[in-house]
Design a protein around this ligand. Structure first.
Ligand code: PEP
Ligand code: MG
Length: 547
């Protein structure tokens, strides 16, 4: 009998595949005793699994080398290779097999627990931070030990877990998973945003599935309708195929809107820009004929390594982006770590232990707290383009002084680098206080960008990544609408552009409102661009407002 369930949010698409539960504390690792006669065979399984895991890492490294900009990931994989070949890992796992007469998975689990503890007990902060690496290496070996948990198997895999971090999503995508389902997570968490950018189908806040599913079970994952079907009947499989074909046809039809003007029926221009997290997404954005990059979330460059990228590394990365987009404008947002990217913030800034990360040292607060970090990033961005093509966006602004402090550093760097052109510095409006003082912020900003994801979260006191309060997460709430209007009024009074760069920008039920408000541009996950452009071309801008 099939089992059905719902989810809170999704990253579009409909797929069908075999479930793999992601190894975590919740996964049951097979634990059984073995006879003495089986010791040798069990130890050989371990050696084979290490060889296989090393091969897979080598392959991933080869693939990454073809993307010069992704080379920041290589050191992590090199470390994993080194750990795999550590004789201590092999010897202690094999010792458990021999001394306790237990299967290799169990022996590995015990060995990993010893290693993880040893790393956690270390005083050296750097070595302590390698704990995550050794855990990942253990997971890789476990993947190899059980064919059905090997994501590289021939059956398309849908990964099911309690929760995913943004970097987990990137790993799943790189490893070829066709979808993912998380029990936890709210409407606008960053894992979901990353999945949308990469075009990986998934569901968030899908309770019930993890407990009822086993590895290898067939699952229909319908992120268009936010639902799933476990162990589908033949009839449900047939329906899935029809829905998938229909969706493909709709997406094909949308292609006609690529490279057509981002204008309303009556000719009002509303540029449609892309939100980008990874350089790999740019090609897709260009295929859709985006009018620029409205939000480049630079934190994902930082999150790919557990050391800070140097000024030269950052410059090379930003330059690569600027080159790849040709003449289109690019807005780089300064590093915004914190909240659901907290684990990363703690790794880099071990002196920070805020209890409530969403209200803590994130965005511009963190940057002003770490002036070298701010200066390095600003220098790298300003070195990436000799023209006015590049703009800079400041996240989590709540006061005029924060914008002024960043501006001062920008001006110093302009002088250092002998940059004569104007540098456009924008302020994100994503906290109610920013909207409430928008008139003052407009005096110290060259443009505004409304981050509706956080604006809704902070206005309504609803954690954007918590499925339990997702029903309250509503951009249509009158309080949110009023704050948006306040920011728009302030920008227009001061004649500075105002864009929307939260997920709301892609909500076609808002396109008419944005037209009526004379929003300067909408920036969204590029996969939504064609959909919004189609809608835009059907609408009339209200002449009373335009004239
Ligand atoms: C937002 O808050 O709307 C936004 C665009 O930033 P992020 O989603 O990265 O927090
Ligand atoms: Mg935000």
């Amino acid at each position: 009998m099939s089992v059905h369930g719902q989810a809170v949010a999704g990253s579009g698409g409909i797929v069908c595949g075999a479930i793999q539960k992601l190894d975590s504390q919740d996964q049951i690792i097979p634990e059984y005793g073995i006879s003495k006669a089986q010791h040798t065979a069990e130890k050989k399984r371990f050696v084979d699994a290490i060889t296989q895991a090393s091969r897979h890492i080598q392959k991933e490294m080869d693939a990454l080398r073809e993307h010069p900009q992704a080379k920041v990931l290589l050191p992590i994989l090199e470390t994993h290779l080194m750990m795999l070949s550590d004789p201590e890992l092999r010897e202690s796992t094999q010792r458990y097999i021999e001394e306790k007469s237990i299967n290799v998975e169990w022996a590995l689990k015990r060995c990993m627990a010893d290693f993880v503890q040893a790393f956690a007990d270390m005083d050296d902060v750097y070595l302590k931070s390698r704990k995550a690496d050794i855990e990942q290496v253990g997971k890789r070996i476990l993947h190899e030990l059980t064919d059905k948990t090997n994501i590289k198997g021939s059956v398309p895999a849908i990964i099911v877990a309690q929760d995913f971090s943004p970097s987990d999503i990137v790993s799943l995508w790189r490893m070829g998973a066709i979808g993912f389902v998380a029990a936890q997570g709210g409407k606008e968490g960053h894992a979901l945003i990353v999945a949308r950018g990469l075009g990986l189908t998934g569901l968030i806040g899908a309770q019930g599935l993890f407990a009822q599913a086993s590895d290898g079970d067939e699952l229909i994952l319908d992120a268009e309708h936010l639902c799933w079907t476990l162990r589908p009947s033949q009839q449900e499989r047939d329906d899935f195929k029809k829905k998938q074909a229909q969706l493909a046809a709709e997406q094909d039809a949308l292609k006609a809107f690529a490279h057509t003007p981002s204008r309303s029926k009556d000719g009002y221009a509303l540029p449609l820009l892309a939100n980008i997290e990874f350089i790999e997404e740019i090609d897709i954005a260009l295929e859709y004929g985006v009018d620029g990059i409205g939000l480049f979330r630079t934190e994902f460059l930082f999150m790919q390594s557990d050391t800070l990228p140097s000024e030269d590394e950052q410059t090379a990365y930003y330059q690569a982006i600027v080159q790849r987009v040709g003449n289109l404008p690019v807005t780089f947002r300064l590093l915004d770590v914190g909240a659901d990217k907290l684990a990363y913030a703690q790794l880099l800034f071990d002196d920070y232990d805020g209890e409530n990360p969403a209200l803590g040292l994130r965005g511009v607060r963190m940057l002003l707290h770490k002036p070298k970090l701010l200066r390095t990033q600003l220098r790298a961005i300003l070195r990436s383009s000799p023209s006015e093509q590049v703009s800079i966006l400041v996240p989590m602004v709540t006061s005029v002084s924060e914008m002024q402090a960043v501006r001062t550093v920008v001006e110093e760097i302009q002088a250092e680098l002998k940059i004569n052109h104007a540098v456009s510095l924008g302020c994100m409006i994503e906290v109610p206080s920013a909207a409430l003082i928008a008139h003052d912020l407009a005096n110290v900003s060259d443009f505004f960008s409304i981050g509706s994801n956080d604006l809704v979260q902070y206005t309504l006191a609803v954690d954007r990544a918590d499925e339990h309060v997702s029903y309250l997460y509503d951009a249509n709430h009158p309080a949110v609408r009023q704050l948006i209007q306040m920011a728009v009024d302030a920008a227009q009074a001061r004649h500075i552009p105002i864009t929307i760069c939260g997920e709301l920008a892609a909500d076609t039920t808002w396109t008419q409102t944005f037209l009526d408000m004379r929003i300067s541009a909408l920036s969204m996950t590029s996969r939504n661009i064609l959909h919004v452009r189609k809608r835009l071309q059907e609408l009339q801008a209200k002449t009373s407002i335009i004239s």
